[in-house]
Write a protein that binds this ligand. Structure first.
Ligand code: PEP
Ligand code: MN
Length: 296
């Protein structure tokens, strides 16, 4: 039996660490939130946009705590076809409204290549969810919008498979790609997924693209989100993505892993010290000054 690991794919041409002189910094707009620079990107918000009231309250809370990107699903990839599928276009508009009110950027998932343009008109960054990491038609469609892309790791994807998915996007001419570790399937039901933090350091050697970590889907347990989020930053992550909800117990999806506003506040209070230890800082707006909103 050959126990030696497979060599890395030779097809990593555009995203390979040697393809560029320096590490990529992905800015959502000039002087806007960025991934891979000294400032962390803090993406926070509900799993799904549920109502105007919910997204407005959450945007206010996460902005106050220091986030600079509002997350939330308008098109939800649900395991059961009978579960809430998202508010669609109405959800997109509500996210934009909430984000603009608080000087936040918007990241949201695209499920269908036919929606790529519509989502790109509303959002500052398009998310490819774990279930679609290898949907090559979707990868091409989001790449062609020219918008920054957040590419989540597939449910059971190897690093090479993940980077080759990024290569599909890069081949459209759009290299504004950020990778997001969100845990992989494991044998152990103690957590929803097994959060692979080693991959943060490993990817820094394999690709010039920045990596962020989603400890919410990565653990599935609200109490594990803050320690794993801090560990992700210590490991060199360019940012985090965290689910926050006004009332996790009544969330339509992922309530178990969603932080309350108070829990997110205390998580963010412990972040600056960890960030400083690895030469990073919180987004400047953390000091309370709202930055310019995205160009309309
Ligand atoms: C999400 O971030 O809303 C989501 C569905 O996550 P994932 O694709 O990682 O399961
Ligand atoms: Mn979720």
């Amino acid at each position: 039996m050959n126990a030696r690991p497979l060599p890395p794919s030779r097809d990593l041409r555009l995203v390979h660490v040697d393809a560029r002189d320096r590490r990529s910094v992905v800015a959502l707009w000039p002087n806007g939130p960025s991934f891979g620079g000294e400032e962390l990107a803090i993406c926070a918000g509900p799993c799904a946009v549920e109502s105007r009231e919910q997204i407005l309250a959450t945007a206010a809370a996460v902005a106050r705590a220091g986030a600079n990107v509002l997350r939330g699903g308008a098109y939800k990839p649900r395991t059961s076809p009978y579960s809430f599928q998202g508010l669609g276009r109405d959800g997109l508009a509500l996210m934009r409204e909430a984000a603009d009110l608080h000087g936040l950027a918007v990241v949201t998932e695209v499920l269908d290549p036919r929606d790529a343009e519509i989502v790109a008109e509303c959002a500052d960054m398009l998310q490819i969810g774990a279930r679609n990491m290898q949907n090559t038609a979707l990868l091409r469609a989001v790449g062609e919008t020219g918008k920054p892309i957040l590419l989540k790791r597939g449910l059971a994807a190897t690093v090479d498979e993940w980077l080759l998915a990024a290569e599909y996007i890069a081949l459209t001419g759009n290299e504004r790609i950020v990778l997001c570790e969100r845990g992989v399937r494991s044998f152990d039901p103690s957590t929803r997924n097994l959060l692979d933090l080693a991959v943060v350091a490993l990817l820094a050697r394999r690709t010039h693209l920045p990596t962020i970590v989603d400890p919410s889907h990565g653990t599935g347990v609200a109490g594990l989100v803050a320690p794993m989020g801090l560990a992700a930053v210590a490991a060199g992550a360019a940012g985090i993505m965290v689910e926050v909800h006004p009332d996790p117990a009544s969330a339509v999806s992922d309530g178990m892993q969603s932080l309350t506003f108070a829990e997110f506040d205390s998580f963010m209070e412990s972040m600056p010290a960890v960030a400083a230890a690895v030469g990073r800082s919180l987004p400047k707006r953390f000091a309370g000054s709202l930055k310019a909103t995205p160009p309309s």
